[in-house]
Design a protein around this ligand. Structure first.
Ligand code: MG
Ligand code: MG
Length: 632
């Protein structure tokens, strides 16, 4: 299917927007009127520019407050429309979006509105253009697609059809299934936007919070499926008003946008019913949907790499040693230590050139190794999702792991699973030059449970779609948590198959403030799962690495709201262990280390009876305690 984007979804001047849309590979754009009016380019020059960029101009929008007016106003509106039709001819655009009248003075009279829309279509005829009528969710009298379709059917003119906009339909909670009953040739245009679920004025929701499919809470696969089933064969077009995208690098936004359509199209192709549509030889043109290589089911983390200055690496090493890890090997050509506990591997890299410059802290998570049975297929999928491939500087003896850059710059490596062989990345490591005297100890640490990464504000939605699309992870709803330095927004992604737990938590500071909230220096953590958090905590204390201190007030509150036995509560208080439970079942015990360097910390978690969360209820306690700790 052809892919299109509204110029309003991208930042910059009209020329910059067109250039960015073309650069990532969109087929066409919707021209947003104010982008055209504010451009110094004449319509013919815009047309030529789009042609040179291999972009079609698919829609001119929006034309407002046309129908349901008195006769004097109608004459003025027709005159206004004719000027726009003439402009469209110069631009080479054949469809104009007309949205339902949202003014107070609009007249509530369907027969009048329908006959006026017919007059508009008749006025379009000499120009050879057509009119797509869209119900705004906040239209004065016409606010649903079913109502808009009633008027279009009544007006009954071949140059008048509908524009469907997923936001206007799904934000109202309207059932999109009846779209199937509209004749496909009357569906002139399709605009797609997702949005987070919010309870607020729908106009404000639409203007500020729309996002690309897969980034919000709407089911766009089902929605789009209805539209295709009705016979729509025009472009899939993104119309996204979003405060962040309006101010971000348009190339980056365009890549994010195109990625969202690739994932949507792939999910449509995956639906059995769409497969039938594809082979429909009836009245509709068969659909050709582009599939992506199936995501490879991740088998947990192969490794996590931390770039750390020597003192910070020493502090991280002390924590790892207390948890039973040992520094088992060193990289053959770089100052990188491998720390292992069973199959759980953490790399401490003292040679990252960005250390101390790009990031505020002295230790930062720079790479995630994802265990995959088929790294080559994962790489192909990544490439099709325009994930930027990373080229590694390496000597010829080093393993050639494929890697891509996540939106925040974190390297994501595709690590083959299975027994280590001569080609394994582990072969790049040999016995350490200096033995630190400790060996792996048999503790109850199981594996890496999750990784927590702060995101630069602009990249939060992009990052969640990136990990979701790349690794086939499912996102949770966004939650917002209070930290001493402001609100923190959080979203977890995990693999739906709980047998292969891969969990990534993304956090972002809403205002980018505070020592832990800075875009480059936001707190990061590695959470390790275990079977017996009490013995782990005792080991840590014995090793001189005390867990983060949790206030007594927290345990008084726990006593008030839980039935935990007093002796257990007292032990938890002494060891800084926090508690959560899920009303659906399961309990969660966890502890944190202090910040190792102002940025990085470890967490130890114990999941009981299938608990699936992250102890979000305790996050404010943790952030406050870390803040206290960094003041002393
Ligand atoms: Mg729209
Ligand atoms: Mg956590």
């Amino acid at each position: 299917m052809r892919r299109s984007i509204a110029t309003v979804s991208l930042s910059g001047t009209l020329e910059e927007k067109l250039e960015a849309a073309s650069w990532v590979g969109f087929d066409g754009v919707e021209i947003f009127e104010s982008d055209l009016i504010s451009s110094p380019l004449a319509p013919r020059e815009i047309r030529a520019l789009a042609q040179s960029l291999d972009l079609t101009l698919d829609l001119y929008q929006p034309f407002r407050d046309f129908e349901g007016v008195d006769d004097a106003r109608l004459a003025a509106n027709i005159r206004r429309a004719e000027a726009k039709f003439a402009l469209m001819v110069e631009l080479g655009v054949d469809t104009m979006l007309v949205c339902s009248n949202a003014t107070e003075s609009a007249i509530d009279d369907d027969a009048r509105a329908a006959s006026q829309l017919r007059l508009l279509a008749e006025a379009a005829e000499p120009y050879g253009v057509r009119v797509a009528y869209e119900a705004l969710a906040w239209g004065r009298h016409v606010a649903t697609y079913e109502h808009a379709w009633k008027l279009v059917a009544e007006a009954d003119h071949p140059l008048l059809g509908l524009c469907l906009d997923s936001f206007h339909i799904l934000s109202r909670g309207d059932d999109p299934a009846a779209i199937r009953d509209i004749p496909g040739e009357k569906l002139f245009f399709l605009q797609l936007a997702d949005a987070p679920r919010m309870r607020m004025d729908v106009l404000q929701w639409s203007r500020h919070y729309r996002c690309f499919p897969g980034q919000g809470g709407f089911d766009l696969t089902t929605f789009t499926h209805h539209v295709l089933a009705a016979g729509y064969r025009g472009p899939l077009s993104l119309e996204v008003f979003n405060d962040v995208f309006r101010a971000s690098d348009p190339h980056r936004t365009a890549a994010d946008a195109l990625r969202s359509l690739s994932v949507l199209e792939d999910s449509l192709a995956g639906e059995q019913e769409t497969a039938n549509l594809r082979h429909d030889r009836g009245s509709f043109t068969p659909i050709t949907l582009t599939r992506l290589p199936e995501p490879v089911r991740p088998a947990g983390f192969g490794f996590v790499e931390i770039a750390a200055t020597e003192p910070a690496a020493e502090r991280a090493g002390a924590v790892l040693a207390a948890l039973g890890f040992a520094h088992t090997r060193d990289h053959r050509s770089k100052p990188v230590q491998l720390w292992e506990h069973g199959n759980t591997r953490i790399l401490l890299n003292a040679a990252d050139p960005r250390l101390g410059h790009t990031w505020g802290g002295e230790a930062t998570i720079t790479a995630l190794g994802i265990g995959l049975s088929d790294p080559e297929r994962a790489r192909e999928r990544a490439e099709r999702l325009s994930a930027p491939a990373l080229t590694r500087r390496r000597d010829p003896s080093e393993a050639a792991l494929q890697s891509v850059a996540a939106p925040d710059g974190t390297a994501v490596f595709f690590c083959p699973t299975g027994p280590p062989d001569a080609d394994s990345w582990l072969a790049d490591f040999s016995a350490p030059a200096v033995t630190n005297a400790h060996e792996q100890r048999d503790t109850s640490i199981i594996d890496i449970d999750h990784i927590g990464l702060y995101q630069p504000f602009d990249h939060f939605d992009e990052a969640s779609l990136f990990y979701r699309a790349l690794l086939g992870l499912a996102p949770t709803e966004v939650s917002e948590l209070a930290s001493p330095d402001g609100l923190v927004r959080s979203r977890a992604l995990s693999h739906p198959d709980t047998k292969s737990p891969l969990r990534i938590v993304l956090n972002v500071s809403l205002l980018g403030r505070g020592p832990q909230a800075d875009a480059d220096g936001g707190a990061q953590h590695i959470a390790l799962s275990c079977d017996d958090i009490f013995s782990i905590a005792e080991d840590m204390v014995d090793a001189g690495v005390s867990p983060l201190r949790v206030p007594d007030n927290y345990y008084d509150d726990l006593a008030a709201r839980t039935d935990l036995p007093p002796a257990q509560r007292e032990r938890m208080r002494r060891l800084g262990i926090l508690y959560d439970h899920d009303p659906q079942g399961g309990e969660f015990l966890h502890l944190y280390t202090p910040l190792l360097d102002g940025r990085l910390f470890f967490e130890v978690v114990q999941r009981v009876d299938g608990y699936q969360g992250y102890g979000a209820a305790n996050t404010t306690i943790r952030m406050t305690a870390h803040r206290e700790g960094s003041n002393t």
